[in-house]
Design a protein around this ligand. Structure first.
Ligand code: SAH
Length: 349
């Protein structure tokens, strides 16, 4: 038995109140309602409007002991089956991101009203999750920080994330991080050959740079990051993963950092999809002949890949360089018909 916020109502009105609570997303389905004398006690989710709703329902908010339901739900949908009305079940998201103790989910407009119970349900299905964040708007500004709002849990957004055997400290509210890029990171890191000198131009908290250094101990990486918070985590992650001697972190604008650099790197990673192409000249200047450039670029439409290739070639030529396109991949859809395209370009003149 656990002591939980509760609502006490006469038995006669119990069914009506249960329906209302459910419709309002206030019923806490993790616990079993309980009958006590002529009353029913409902376990409820506490929120800013709980007191007002109780008054409206003519019930008494209180605390009571409840038995936890025996079976733990395995999916979000299962966890919400009693708290979200059936006609809305179709909108319950089937995907979300789990980044250590933080979950990030997109709440469809039809379920805004239920975001609190959705958050609680996620924490129930994934006991490691201590904060649930809802996406709000896109990613903003040069630091690419995502609009996020706490909908459940402690509100702590700093966390530890593990990927490909590396460990990353990060804060979802202060730094950019996308676990869906994990496949790209291993794809790129696997191509790095012994002795390479790599520049990670938009390093974030370091998931490309650290992975490369871990997998290819004789490679060296220069990791550049402009957001002071992300830079702080980058420095820490380099230490935590034991790659201090091989990854050098530089804080600041990559244009400044590489200002006087020419023909130095064997490989460049350009993971700033909305504007990396504007830095292609810098990458071409800073790399050696035959170097590989991994350019991430956002493009729209059915022919997004073709457009990305054309733009990269045109942009290179405009600055007096030639590139060969070695690979083109659609990495993910960031909005309807809007894709992040990964281009592997070889500097060839
Ligand atoms: N590669 C990382 C981060 C990608 S997001 C990852 O996989 O997680 C892009 C990052 O580039 C952000 O952290 C942003 O702060 C940084 N950035 C943006 N403009 C920059 C610039 N001009 N110079 C250096 N870093 C920049």
């Amino acid at each position: 038995m656990e002591e939980r916020p509760a609502l006490k109502v006469e038995r006669m009105r119990a069914e009506e109140v249960r329906k209302r609570l459910r419709a309002l997303g206030l019923l806490d389905s993790r616990y079993r309602p309980r009958v006590e004398g002529g009353y029913v006690l409902f376990p409820i989710v506490e929120g800013r409007d709980t007191a007002r709703i109780c008054r409206e329902l003519g019930c008494e908010p209180t605390r009571a002991f409840f038995e936890r339901r025996f079976t733990k739900p395995r999916t979000l949908r299962e966890a919400l089956k009693d708290t979200v009305p059936r006609n809305l079940h179709q909108f319950i998201p089937s995907s979300f991101d789990l980044i250590g103790s933080v979950a990030v989910i997109e709440i469809p407009p039809g379920l805004r009203h239920y975001e609190r119970v959705i958050g609680e349900a996620l924490m129930e299905v994934y006991p490691r999750v201590e904060t649930v964040l809802a996406k709000e708007g896109g990613t903003h500004g040069a630091y690419r920080i995502r609009g996020l709002r706490v909908i459940a849990g402690t509100g702590r957004t700093e966390t530890i994330y593990r990927e490909h055997g590396c460990i990353y400290y990060l804060d979802m509210m202060k730094t950019f991080f996308n676990p869906r890029m994990s496949g790209e990171r291993i794809r790129v890191a696997s191509q790095v050959k012994p002795g390479e000198y790599v520049v990670d131009m938009f390093a974030g908290v370091g998931p490309f740079a650290v992975l490369i250094a871990r997998r290819q101990p004789s490679a060296r990486v220069l990791a550049v990051e402009i957001n002071p918070d992300a830079y702080r985590f980058l420095v820490r992650n380099i230490q935590e993963n034991g790659v201090s001697g091989r990854v050098e972190a530089m804080g600041g604008d990559v244009r400044q950092v590489l200002r006087d650099v020419e023909d130095r790197f064997d490989r460049a990673i350009m993971d700033l999809p909305f504007s990396a192409i504007n830095y292609l000249d810098l990458a071409l200047k800073a790399t050696k002949e035959r170097a590989m450039i991994h350019l991430y670029h956002v493009e729209e439409g059915e022919d997004a890949s073709e457009k990305a290739v054309e733009k990269a070639i045109r942009e290179s030529e405009r600055h007096g360089f030639k590139v060969e396109v070695k690979a083109v991949r659609e990495v993910m859809e960031v909005a309807p018909k809007r894709f992040i395209i990964a281009l592997d370009l070889v500097k060839s003149g």
